[in-house]
Design a protein around this ligand. Structure first.
Ligand SMILES: Nc1ncnc2c1ncn2[C@@H]1O[C@H](COP(=O)(O)OP(=O)(O)OP(=O)(O)O)[C@@H](O)[C@H]1O
Ligand SMILES: [Mg+2]
Length: 343
């Protein structure tokens, strides 16, 4: 359905000179440089898949979507959408895909939403009956009725986004390209949009490729994640696989038994393991990162020591009253991944 091979796109940017008189500066040529927005992106997507594109700001997500929808022409590489090259067969591709750029509306600012949708019908030549059915579906799925007759300029962001999505759906697209469709929306509207997308995917088999910074979008909708960074795909797989691959840093929270408690000795066994619980805990493969009273937080890397080996090592050295294993949540994994890569 979508096949992308080694796509590349660089933008020429001109930086104005600084310092000196602005009148003279304006006459001087600026320095030209290139931003490699997309360096090497390859993937294939089958019909009926819902795939999320994740990545830090500036990673190349929107640029990729723009090439796949025929808005931008790549410098190198190939892409076919439904067997067509989008930047060569822009109109033919446009008839079969729906596109929403969450940051920018594609509706007519001064027209009521209903008129905008009618214009879309004309542009795509949607038969009257089909339009009526699709509009009815959109009105219900996206709850358009309260603002259908209001000019787009008067709509709230959440209403406008639902209007944009309706406009993208009016011509029965086989694929939806959504660039940040839930940006800035409240939880209720986000849920409504996710439900609508899932419904379209389940009932009509619509393929969805969406970019987002909201991991709940991914968790609720997509079995597959393409993580893009510096213009390259660095992960292609499930969200859980992302955690397994990049989230190896875990924390073991240890509650040491109070040595003053009768029957509890400060050491568990033998002389060489005579560790007192008033200093930092010393366990091979882990580092104490925090301590409060009898509670100690031990950070470790699952790739170097397994949780069970670590627990055994702790138990053989210290008298314990409780243990908890804290795995990093996916938000933390992605945040640390973005932070390290942006640096
Ligand atoms: N028209 C343009 N001219 C010059 N540079 C551009 C242009 N469009 C994008 N870029 C640059 O290309 C890089 C990738 O931008 P892109 O918009 O694809 O990122 P993104 O992954 O969508 O980021 P975000 O999460 O912020 O939306 C950035 O460095 C950006 O500044
Ligand atoms: Mg973007």
């Amino acid at each position: 359905m979508i096949a992308v091979e080694e796509l590349r796109k660089a933008f020429r940017v001109t930086t104005r000179r600084t310092g000196g008189f602005s009148a003279i500066r304006a006459l001087l040529p600026g320095a030209t440089s290139y931003v490699e927005a997309v360096r090497n992106v390859s993937f294939t997507i089958n019909g009926g898949e819902m795939v999320a594109v994740l990545g830090p700001n500036g990673a190349g997500k929107s640029t990729t979507i723009k090439m796949l929808t025929g808005i931008l022409v790549p410098d190198a590489g190939t892409a076919t959408i439904l067997g067509l090259v989008p930047w060569q067969s822009r109109r033919a591709v446009a008839k079969r895909i729906g596109v929403v750029f969450g940051q920018r509306t594609q509706l007519w600012w001064d027209l009521p939403l209903s008129d905008s949708l009618d214009l879309v019908r004309h542009m795509y030549g949607v038969p009257t009956q089909r339009f009526a059915e699709n509009l009815a579906t959109c009105r219900e799925l996206l709850e358009l009725d309260p603002f259908l007759d209001r000019p787009v300029r008067q709509l709230s962001l959440g209403q406008r986004m639902r209007g944009d999505l309706a406009a993208a759906l009016i011509h029965d697209p086989e694929i939806l390209f959504l660039d940040e469709p839930t940006i800035g929306l409240d939880l209720v509207v986000k849920a409504r949009i996710r439900d609508a997308l899932r419904h379209l995917n389940e009932t009509r088999g619509v393929t969805v490729l969406l970019t987002t910074h909201d991991l709940a979008d991914v968790a609720r909708l997509c079995q597959r994640v393409l993580l893009i960074d510096h213009g390259r795909v660095v992960h292609d797989g499930g969200l859980e696989a992302l955690r397994t691959r990049f989230g190896s840093g875990c924390t073991l929270v240890v509650d040491l038994a109070d040595p003053s408690t009768p029957g509890q000795a400060p050491s568990a066994k033998g002389d060489e393991t005579d560790q007192r619980n008033d200093g930092p805990m010393v366990v091979p493969g882990a580092i104490e990162i925090r301590a409060e009273g009898n509670r100690h937080w031990l950070a470790f890397d699952r790739r170097e020591v397994s949780a069970s080996d670590l627990i055994a090592a702790v138990a053989s050295r210290y008298p314990l009253s409780d243990l908890t294993l804290e795995e990093p949540d996916i938000e933390t994994v992605i945040a640390s991944l973005y932070a390290s890569r942006t640096e």
